[in-house]
Design a protein around this ligand. Structure first.
Ligand code: NAD
Length: 698
């Protein structure tokens, strides 16, 4: 065949093997090889059946996504699958590892499927803004019914073999050797049954008549703004209402449209970006990570507890320390309660909870951290406290231990400087709630050793985070960009927009929450204190976050106080006339004339500053690449994945359009504080007609 696909014979059964490490991605070469193998089986009769298997650690785990940017090179996967399905002898897919996307579609085109008990199958295309494009939306409903197929395809989940068996997506689990079991099954079937082609099956288990309407309503809410979910529902509806061939044509048209869409390109950009961020250009593969099995955490408050859970969930042992035994025990008790809630909601087994709690120790004394591999400090945000803690850690911790701070704003270099081992000090900036949010900014200090960086990135991965490297500056990558965004959102209030109008414009743009709602959630007081800590560096602008300051002075600390930018009534945010009156009176006092501001203006006002700041962050070397910035905002700040991150979005808009927009704001609003001067790199790239994606430091 080809290097990628081979054909052999075992006990009278043809065995087609895909061997395309590491995950047997279905590239053009694999498709061509498969088609040749199918042709051979058909043209040289003799085999009583065939098995389709994969070498290495998994069945085909998907199509080769890198090929999606160009038009498909024939043969298309659906052509290969059609040929496979048309074979006159029974064909069995032998699934181990993960059969995903195009890989699972290939398996669905086989007449039968056998899987190792630990295998997983699924159609996760939706996560890339796509739908299955080689018959997945047409064949899966014929095997498991409309309702279940919609759930699988819209959820994009990996389904365990036992569940897939119960649903009818696979036919058998292999107890022992998979290939042996597959060959035996083919031999059995060849004697007993007529071939069962998925495309010829009637759809089983009639779904409720309104299943499509219900799902359309559900995704309009759950996946607001995303094009792929409603398109996937259209494709599955075609399976329910059209003959197979017409359904395939419909699926193909939808799939091709999505593949070329900006949304899917944006989601693919983030998919690759989340892998790219792990690469640190100046650190070679020869730099080995230090072993991290036990983690010490200083501070059993909001962050310390969340970080502890993230570590426990990742299989690590945790010692949680606070100033007293009582405070540390309270931290432990709160973690136990949170796990108990998960058990109650059936998100966690009793056994898993017990295992996690067994690995958690609480202590009222830092000496308990003497043997920890990694210590993460999450005490109060105060330089004197942190420096004193790091002096203690330096004295107590074993040589080679990594000492990390979860500081959001303080200078990591100044913290490291009080120790005798600044090379072992690093920042691990988690986001709240730390066991839920995927983003972890790993902050590399001036003296941080390369192997400490590698260890921290590996630690992030181990506990399921997307770890992005940042240099030291106020706010690191994410919060530094957030600053201008929040500044403008609050200035817009004075100029005439309400908090609800600002938030609605940005959630309609796709942000998970609007900026006013975010601050109410994180704490109006927390945001005020962060400003206080940075006052000397803030512009002397009397309107700067004025409303946030006023709300703080009124004790309107946000959700936790039941009042902030909004009033909270049984958890729901409602507009508060008191806040609107406050805004009007402050605008009057400042002599700011108020006007109607449209949603497009609101969005531009808020996101142009963050794009300009992002360019500055790149220019200064705080972020390694444009995509790192995109990953930070998409995984930690609720930026819509279908817009690919702020810099992907800027590229899509065209950088000159953004520069022109910024100059326009300078003209209309004045530029006393330099808010509307595009950063140097943004201006330069725009002038040269270049894009962020083409930029690299060199
Ligand atoms: P918190 O007030 O909830 O918890 C701080 C804990 O540290 C308290 O339990 C306190 O008793 C303990 N502590 C204080 N001094 C100590 C000492 N000397 N020894 C041992 N324990 C001590 O605060 P938090 O919100 O969890 O924030 C902790 C750190 O994380 C801060 O540096 C903060 O800037 C950072 N951070 C917070 C967030 C957030 O959203 N809350 C996000 C990222 C980073």
């Amino acid at each position: 065949m080809t290097d990628l696909v081979s054909l052999s014979r075992r006990d009278g059964v043809a065995v087609v093997t895909i061997d395309h490490p590491p995950v047997n991605a279905i590239s053009h070469g694999v498709r061509a090889g498969l088609l040749a193998a199918v042709d051979q089986i058909r043209s040289r009769p003799g085999a009583i059946g065939a098995v389709l298997a994969c070498a290495g650690r998994t069945f085909a785990a998907g199509s080769d996504i890198r090929e999606f940017d160009a038009p498909v090179k024939e043969p298309h996967l659906s052509t290969v699958i059609a040929a496979l399905e048309a074979l006159p002898v029974p064909v069995m897919a032998a699934i181990h590892g993960t059969a995903l996307g195009g890989g699972f579609e290939l398996a669905l085109g086989c007449h039968y499927r056998i899987a190792s008990p630990d295998a997983k199958v699924g159609l996760p295309e939706i996560n890339l803004g796509l739908i299955p494009g080689a018959g997945g939306t047409q064949r899966l409903p014929r095997l498991i019914g409309i309702a279940a197929a919609l759930e699988w395809i819209l959820g994009g989940k990996h389904v365990a073999a036992a569940d897939a068996l119960a649903a009818g997506a696979i036919d058998e689990l292999a107890a022992g050797d998979l290939l042996e079991a597959a060959v035996a099954a083919v031999r059995r079937i060849a004697q007993q049954k007529a071939i069962r082609r998925t495309s010829a099956l009637d759809i089983p288990k009639p779904a409720p008549a309104d299943v499509f309407t219900a799902q359309r309503q559900a995704v309009a809410k759950r996946a607001r703004g995303f094009e792929a979910p409603p398109a996937a529902i259209d494709a599955v509806e075609a399976a329910a209402t059209l003959p197979f061939a017409e359904g395939m044509t419909r699926e193909r048209a939808i799939s091709d449209r999505l593949k070329a869409s900006l949304q899917s390109r944006a989601q693919r950009h983030l998919f690759f970006g989340e892998r790219e961020v792990a690469r640190i250009p100046d650190i070679g593969k020869e730099v080995a990570a230090r072993t991290i099995d036990s983690v010490g955490i200083v501070g059993a408050g909001t962050m310390g507890r969340g970080i502890a859970m993230a570590c426990l969930n990742g299989g690590l042992s945790v010692t949680l320390v606070d100033r007293t035994n009582a405070l540390a025990d309270a931290g432990r008790a709160s973690i136990a309660k949170s796990y108990a809630r998960d058990v109650e909601k059936k998100r966690l087994s009793e056994e898993a909870m017990a295992q996690r709690l067994e690995r958690l120790t609480a202590a009222g004394d830092m000496e308990a951290l003497a043997q920890a591999d990694l210590v993460i400090e999450a005490a109060f945000e105060d330089m004197a406290i942190k420096q004193s803690l790091f002096r203690d850690l330096d004295r107590i911790c074993r040589p080679g231990a990594i000492l990390a701070s979860n500081t959001s704003t303080l200078d990591l270099n100044a913290i490291a400087a009080v120790t005798r081992r600044p090379a072992d000090v690093i920042g691990l900036h988690f986001f709240s709630p730390a066991h839920v949010m995927r983003l972890l900014e790993v902050v590399r200090g001036r003296a941080t050793a390369a192997d400490v960086v590698v260890s921290a990135m590996g630690f992030g991965k181990r506990i399921g985070k997307v770890a992005v490297l940042s240099g030291v500056c106020f706010g690191f990558i994410g919060n530094r960009m957030f600053e201008g965004y929040v500044r403008e959102s609050q200035r817009l209030l004075l100029e005439g927009a309400t908090p609800a109008q600002v938030d609605r414009a940005l959630t309609n743009f796709g942000m998970a929450m609007g900026p006013c709602a975010v601050i109410d959630l994180a704490g109006v007081d927390v945001s005020f204190l962060t400003r206080e800590g940075n006052r000397p560096n803030l512009p002397p602008d009397p309107s700067y976050c004025l409303i946030g300051d006023k709300l703080h002075h009124l004790g309107r600390f946000g959700q936790k106080a039941g009042r902030g930018f909004y009033r909270y009534e049984s958890g729901a945010a409602v507009s508060d006339p008191e806040v609107e009156a406050l805004i009007r009176s402050e605008a009057d006092r400042m002599g700011i004339s108020r006007r109607e501001i449209g949603p497009e203006d609101i969005v531009a006002r808020c996101i142009y500053p963050l794009i300009s700041e992002a360019a500055q962050i790149l220019d200064e070397g705080i972020a390694l690449r444009a995509v790192d910035i995109d990953v930070v905002w998409a995984s930690g700040y609720g930026w819509p994945r279908y817009r690919g991150g702020p810099l992907f979005h800027a590229d899509a808009m065209g950088l000159q359009a953004i520069v022109d927009g910024i100059h326009g704001f300078a003209r209309d609003l004045g530029n006393d504080y330099g808010y509307w001067t595009p950063s140097a790199l943004l201006a330069k790239l725009a002038a040269e007609g270049k894009l962020f994606k083409d930029w690299s430091r060199s």
